[in-house]
Design a protein around this ligand. Sequence first.
Ligand SMILES: [Fe+2]
Ligand SMILES: [Fe+2]
Length: 483
Amino acid sequence: MTESARVEVNYDDSIPNNVSLSEDRRLLKALEEWHPGYIDWWKEMGPEGWNDKEVYLRTAVGVDPKGWAVFDHVKMPEYRWGILLAPQVEGRTIPFGKHKGEPVWQEVPNEYRSMLRRLIVIQGDTEPASVEQQRHLGATAPSLYDMRNVFQINVEEGRHLWAMVYLLCKYFGKDGREEAKMMLQRRSGDEDSPRILGAFNEETPDWLSFFMFTYFTDRDGKMQLESLAQSGFDPLSRTCRFMLTEEAHHMFVGESGVQRVIQRTCDAMNEAGISNSHDIEAVRKLGVVDLPTIQKKLNFHMSVTLDLFGTELSTNGAAAFEAGLKGRFMEEKIDDDHQLYDEKYPVLQVENGQLVEKEMDAIAAINGRLLDDYITDAKGGIKRWNKVIQKCGIDFELTAPHKAFNRMIGVFSEISVTPEGEVVTAAEFEAKLDEYLPNQSDLEYINSLMKPCYERGKYAGWLSEPKVGINNQPGDFEYVRLA
Ligand SMILES: [Fe+2]
Ligand SMILES: [Fe+2]
């Protein structure tokens, strides 16, 4: 790491930051008031039972892409959650919408205040939600390596919450501080005070769910952050740009996690001489997850995540784009006027109970487009998973479910569509539900595999070892000190 990158974060402050926090007394006071509540929330809702153990975690110490983090053993409640923004880009202009070409805003434009606050609150709420969803996983960790990874993700989601709370407290006055407090009051899955978005109220009961969640659902986070990183409100853009560097590791944990499960299953099948991947009973006798069940888990997590993108045609999405607050994925690489006054975009719609693609106003279809970009991005990992299966010589192919499958939000919620994309009656769908989504006995089977494996360098029997250690540590490294 370069020296300049290291010193730009001030670790003498109670809250590490590169935003000159000590010079803003009002903000510092607001954050210092919020801090104890955050620690209380962490102790109550963070990883259950592991707060006094030392975990090998990376902590952001700068925003230089080449050396922004250091690794060390720390107790999670003592983790240095900081406020880090990517460097300001000199002369940056608003890249899209009706203010395109104007200088970016360093303060909140009055007319967009509530819209902007809402965007920040929705993003912020997902961060503590996933920590809450994952809080029981330490008890069944398949290795110390995996346990460390879930805790790393947890502390970084905590830091992402700090990032959004910083924006709320700095730029939104009293109502911002109120929203910051509410972030610590809502609870994932709570009946009276749930988290804002549906997928963040689902449980993450087992490690396969965790890997699927970090692959599919953290990837929604990536897409949202990418489009907020385009924002004309520069502090939001800079905040999200830095969050994306951390998010990459979360998706790596998901992709490599699922891959290791698949690898182990295929190896075990080959060792036992089982070539029929649909002989579920025989495969399960080997103590690994059969491929059809992995497909059903994939169907579930991907379809639930698609709902996070909201309705395909959305006046909110259009308004946020027009205002210059939330752009598109890779906005700068898109070849159009970035204002979308006359542009069209093809959106799949339901007409007389059938799926039909229609050219719609592109600005109304901002959400639909982000959804399509997400699906393309998510298919990359599925392809790589299939390579593992192929290499093992096993005849099975994982596929992404059709985007209309199992949807609760948007136009597809009114109809029943198979994972292959065929429109069927509700009764036909119901009759085959067991083939589409994990059933009770699938979940019970997965759950039966969830036995902790805490020995250094050892892994539970249902997933393979990772190819390399975290920060290149050797195989028997003590990622979590249990003593
Ligand atoms: Fe996050
Ligand atoms: Fe994440």
